[in-house]
Design a binder for this molecule. Structure first.
Ligand SMILES: [Ca+2]
Ligand SMILES: [Ca+2]
Ligand SMILES: [Ca+2]
Ligand SMILES: [Ca+2]
Length: 351
């Protein structure tokens, strides 16, 4: 008598493949068409009914792929044989290649570029978190938009760039304009040249700043020095006096002849040096065309004036400002030359 297979499907699913309930594969007698005997139980012969779920046209060669005992009965879908897709990009005969539409490693896009890169680090001025110091990695640890390389003297004091002039069309604040007093100022692409012999000349941005702020200028020296007092500097705290006939300012200056760094104060009546660095800030043999940087920071209590050049020269001085002397530091920032010719490459106002 043929054993019925009704009601066995559920039970079969629970039967472990490696263990049987009968003594031989033939204990079922005769199973219905489409069923085979599995240790005393008739179970669906999925291979025979075309249940090769992977449809890989392999003629069911996987029916007992591992030649085990007892043989595989349920045709568990096998892993598809990998097929070649796309070109063999690595030339190593890989069967499966990485999808070919992986984007190449490109710098972050700049949505509104000015198409100028002042510091040559590959980041357009309009998006560079520190536009005058090469920092291709664009680190900004505190996430305030001002790059780590520009966080001077330390993160927390300054948070953004208020105005940046590379002396080309750039991000200079739209409300800002330059004013000049004395000297000869000539703007050419990427550079503004200031010349003054013998008297000084000022050029400042009409953009008042309150503490805390920082101003920075980068320059190379041009032509030949004309005296032993050849100053190139950074102006800040610039204010017109009430009569408009004079201007007061502070200045952070580099002097070519003795490679010194000093802090000047013009109170509208006289000009004086109020602080100077003890040692030369660069080697005597440093040539005039080396790129130099001056930066002055006013935190509300102290002025810090720093110098560095591209050959590793460095100097710094600080000067506390006594509030009772009337030496106000709020004001605009800019550039100054005195007995000197300098080619300024950029100016930045950090706030
Ligand atoms: Ca850049
Ligand atoms: Ca940069
Ligand atoms: Ca920052
Ligand atoms: Ca420039």
């Amino acid at each position: 008598m043929r054993r019925t297979t009704l009601g066995l499907l559920t039970a079969v699913a629970a039967v472990p493949l490696a263990s049987g309930c009968g003594s031989s594969q033939d204990d079922c007698g005769t199973c219905d068409p489409g069923f085979i005997c599995y240790y005393g139980t008739c179970v669906p012969d999925l291979d025979a009914t075309g249940g090769d779920a992977d449809a890989d046209a392999d003629a069911d060669a996987d029916a007992d792929a591992d030649a085990d005992t007892p043989p595989d009965v349920l045709d568990i879908p096998e892993t598809e044989t990998p097929v070649e897709v796309g070109p063999d990009m690595h030339g190593d005969g890989d069967v499966v290649e990485v999808p070919i539409d992986v984007p190449p490693d490109v710098p972050p896009t700049c949505p509104d570029p000015v198409r100028h890169d002042e510091d040559g680090d590959g980041i357009d001025d309009a998006c560079d978190v520190c536009p005058t110091i090469p920092d291709p990695e664009q680190r900004d640890t505190d996430g305030d938009g001002l790059g780590d390389a520009c966080e001077d003297p330390e993160p927390g004091l300054l948070s953004h760039i208020d105005a940046f002039a590379a002396f080309v069309d750039n991000r200079l604040a739209p409300t800002a304009r330059w004013s000049e007093l004395g000297g000869t100022w000539t703007e050419t692409p990427d550079v503004v040249t200031g010349a003054s012999r013998p008297y000084g000349g000022d050029r400042w941005l009409e953009l008042p700043a309150e503490a805390p702020y920082s101003v920075e200028a980068r320059f190379r020296l041009r032509d030949e020095p004309s005296s032993n007092a050849n100053y190139t500097g950074l102006l800040f705290g610039v204010q017109r006096t009430s009569t408009g006939t004079s201007t007061t300012w502070w200045g952070c200056f580099f002097e070519w002849d003795d490679r010194s760094l000093s802090l000047w104060r013009n109170d509208g009546r006289s000009l004086s040096v109020v602080a100077s660095a003890r040692e030369a800030v660069e080697a005597n043999g440093t040539t005039r065309d080396v790129l130099r940087r001056l930066r002055a920071t006013w935190d509300g209590l102290t002025i810090v004036c720093t110098f560095d050049n591209e050959e590793g020269g460095h100097g710094e001085l600080s000067h506390p400002v006594d509030p009772f002397t009337g030496m106000t530091v709020p004001g605009a920032g800019g550039l100054r030359v005195y007995n000197e010719t300098a080619a300024f490459e950029s100016f930045v106002l950090y706030r």
